[in-house]
Design a protein around this ligand. Structure first.
Ligand SMILES: *Cc1c(COP(=O)(O)O)cnc(C)c1O
Length: 337
C-alpha cells in the first residue's frame, strides 16, 4: 500500500479531505444498503431537523498502523454500542453494531493510503455520525436520517513535547442531572463553545466541570474524562451519571488493574479533594491520556506532576497495546484486512 506523500509529523488536528466516506440513509423505517462515495458534501433541505433542532450524534475513534504493519482500530465495538445508546436517547434509529463495524472497515480500507505509518505518531481519525435529514418545523424527531463515516489524518498529539495542561473549575455547567451528558450528542458541544473560548481567553487549556445539581463533585472537561492518582499510586476515577463514558478511560482502568497491578477506585470525587492527588490526567481518543499540571479553582491553585510515574505508565502501556508492542486483551484490536 503506497501511502500519501504527507509529512505526517507536521500535521495537526484539522480536517483533511480523504478519498472515500461511507453513507447510509434511513427512510420509511429502514436503512438502505449503504456504501462508499467520493462526495464529501451533503445537500439537504433548509428545514432539515439537524439544522433546526440539532438532532445529531457522533463518535470519535482512530485507525493506525501497528509495529508489524497491520492497519487496526481500537475497540470499535464500544463506539458502535455507545452510538446506539446515544441514538436511543435522541429518538434516532440505531445503526446496527455489525453494520457500524463494516462501515468502519470499508472506510479505513478505502482510505488505507491515508493511514499514517507506524512510528509517525499520527493516525487516521474516524468520525462516524448520524443526523435527522428531512424537513421538520414542529418540534419532533426527524423521519429520515443519514449515517456517515469519514476519516481525516491527524498528527501526533504530543508534538513538540508534552505540555501539562492548566485547567480551571468552570462556573458554567455541562450536563444536567437526567440530561444528556452521558451521550455523545453534538448539542453537548454546541453549548460548550462559549465556555471553551472564554477559558482560552483567560489563559486556560480546558474547563473542568462539576456536577450541576450540587456543584460539589468533579465530573470531566468539555471533551475528555479526568482521572487522578494519589501519592500512594492509587487511581481515582470520578463516577457520575452525567459523565460521558470514555472508552479510553474504561480501557485505562483495566490496564491499571491488570497490567500495572494498581488499585482503582471509581467513586464520587469531591471538589474539596483536589489538593489530595499527586497526578491528574485527561483521557480520550485524541491524546489517550494528557497530563494535567495545574487546576485552578477560583484563586486556589493545585499542582500535579506532569507526565508523572503512574500517568506515564498508563500512557505507555495503553499506547503499546494499541500499537501492537504489548499484548492486547481479547477483542480490543480490530484488524482491517
Ligand atoms: C468523546 C468524549 C470523551 C472521550 O471518550 P473516548 O471514548 O475515550 O474518546 C470524553 N468526554 C466527552 C464529553 C466526550 O464527548
Amino acid at each position: 500500500m503506497e501511502k500519501k506523500k504527507i509529512d505526517w509529523s507536521s500535521i495537526g488536528f484539522g480536517y483533511v479531505q480523504t478519498d472515500y466516506r461511507y453513507v447510509a440513509n434511513y427512510k420509511n423505517g429502514a436503512w438502505d444498503e449503504g456504501g462508499l462515495t467520493t462526495d464529501a458534501n451533503i445537500t439537504m433541505n433548509e428545514c432539515a431537523c439537524v439544522l433546526q433542532y440539532a438532532q445529531t450524534v457522533f463518535e470519535g475513534m482512530k485507525a493506525y498502523t501497528t509495529a508489524d504493519g497491520r492497519t487496526v482500530c481500537f475497540r470499535p465495538d464500544l463506539n458502535a454500542e455507545r452510538m446506539m445508546d446515544s441514538c436511543r436517547r435522541m429518538r434516532m434509529p440505531v445503526f446496527p453494531k455489525e453494520r457500524f463495524l463494516d462501515a468502519i472497515r470499508q472506510t479505513v480500507k478505502a482510505n488505507e493510503a491515508w493511514v499514517p505509518p507506524y512510528g509517525s505518531g499520527a493516525s487516521l481519525y474516524l468520525r462516524p455520525y448520524m443526523f435527522g435529514s428531512d424537513p421538520i418545523i414542529g418540534v419532533k424527531p426527524a423521519n429520515e436520517f443519514q449515517f456517515r463515516v469519514f476519516g481525516t489524518p491527524v498528527g501526533p498529539y504530543f508534538k513538540g513535547g508534552i505540555k501539562p495542561l492548566t485547567i480551571r473549575v468552570s462556573d458554567l455547567d455541562r450536563a444536567a442531572p437526567r440530561g444528556t451528558g452521558h451521550i455523545k450528542a453534538g448539542l453537548n458541544y454546541a453549548m460548550s463553545l462559549y465556555n471553551i473560548v472564554d477559558a482560552h481567553e483567560q489563559g486556560y487549556d480546558e474547563n473542568l466541570y462539576v456536577d450541576s445539581a450540587t456543584r460539589t463533585h468533579i465530573e470531566e472537561t468539555g471533551g475528555a474524562n479526568i482521572v487522578f492518582v494519589t501519592g500512594e499510586g492509587k487511581l481515582v476515577v470520578p463516577k457520575s451519571d452525567t459523565i460521558l463514558p470514555s472508552i479510553t478511560r474504561r480501557s485505562l482502568i483495566q490496564v491499571a488493574r491488570d497490567y500495572l497491578g494498581l488499585e482503582v477506585e471509581e467513586r464520587v470525587v469531591g471538589i474539596d479533594e483536589l489538593g489530595n492527588f499527586a497526578e491528574a490526567g485527561l483521557c480520550g481518543t485524541a491524546a489517550v491520556i494528557s497530563p494535567v499540571g495545574k487546576i485552578v479553582d477560583h484563586g486556589e491553585e493545585y499542582t500535579y506532576a506532569g507526565m508523572g510515574s503512574v500517568i506515564g505508565k498508563l500512557y505507555h502501556t495503553l499506547t503499546g497495546i494499541q500499537m501492537g508492542t504489548t499484548p492486547a486483551p481479547e477483542g480490543w484490536i480490530m484488524v482491517i484486512d
